[in-house]
Design a protein around this ligand. Structure first.
Ligand code: SAH
Ligand code: DHB
Ligand code: MG
Length: 222
């Protein structure tokens, strides 16, 4: 029968067979732990999934909202072709410092800009700059702002841009219409809004693993 122990055992098995050991990835997780950052980086199979998605959509310009120690950032940055760039937004100077060192150690610091400020502020000024559209956006910061982050992502997208949103299931809380925590309600606002959103085609997958029971939303901009 399925249980969190089985989910973790299966994840280890999948990682063993599909994800070669990598010093920079191990280092990033180890340093994040050493700096007492919360252990909420994406799990390795999800990191690699994001990496493969970025390659599938030939992403040359990637935006990430929520850097933490840079673990998902490294996966995404490694998918960039020559000349590609990744901008990652983080509110915590402490997290960004750990991330910058990890990105440096992984050899991707020259293709990544870590911008430290509340992401809504950064997104507003990025948008005012009328940037070339992003090819892929990964939203993984404070969940209360999921909808405004999604709207900001859309406003800097083109037809075909892929928007990925992490943590949309929250141990199943997403389906509880009476949920009273701000994170769940934030993700619910995004889902309510997507119901009638004709600007994107979207789906979501439930996931289990070492990080528990959660899910991932994918949207393609039409
Ligand atoms: N993407 C990372 C995990 C991100 S955890 C990975 O998988 O490796 C979420 C991050 O969002 C935390 O580092 C947190 O500090 C940051 N965050 C929270 N609120 C934010 C805000 N308003 N603006 C920018 N970043 C924020
Ligand atoms: C939390 C945030 C995340 O981005 C995640 O992947 C898991 C948990 C959290 O805030 O609890
Ligand atoms: Mg997350």
């Amino acid at each position: 029968m399925s249980s969190p122990l089985v989910w973790s055992a299966v994840e280890s098995f999948l990682v063993d067979h599909l994800i070669p050991r990598d010093d920079a990835m191990d280092h990033a997780l180890h340093e994040s732990e050493r700096a007492a950052l919360p252990a909420i980086s994406v799990a390795p199979p999800e990191g690699k999934f994001l990496h493969l998605l970025a390659r599938l959509c030939n992403a040359k310009r990637i935006l990430e909202i929520g850097t933490l120690g840079g673990y998902s950032t490294i996966w995404l940055a490694r998918a960039l072709p020559a000349g590609g760039r990744l901008i990652t937004l983080e509110i915590s100077e402490r997290h960004a410092e750990v991330a910058r060192a990890n990105l440096q150690h992984a050899g991707v610091s020259d293709v990544v800009d870590v911008i430290v400020a509340p992401a809504l502020d950064t997104l507003a000024w990025l948008k005012a700059d009328k940037p070339e559209p992003f090819d892929m956006v990964f939203i993984d910061a404070d969940k209360d702002n999921s909808l405004p982050y999604f709207e900001a992502a859309l406003s800097m997208s083109r037809c075909g841009t892929l928007i990925v949103v992490d943590n949309v299931v929250r141990r199943g809380e997403i389906a509880n219409v009476d949920a009273d925590n701000a994170s769940t309600q934030g993700v619910q606002r995004l889902l309510y809004s997507l119901k009638d959103d004709r600007r994107v085609d979207a789906t979501a997958l439930q996931t289990v693993g070492s990080k528990g029971y959660d899910g991932l939303l994918l949207a393609i901009v039409l």
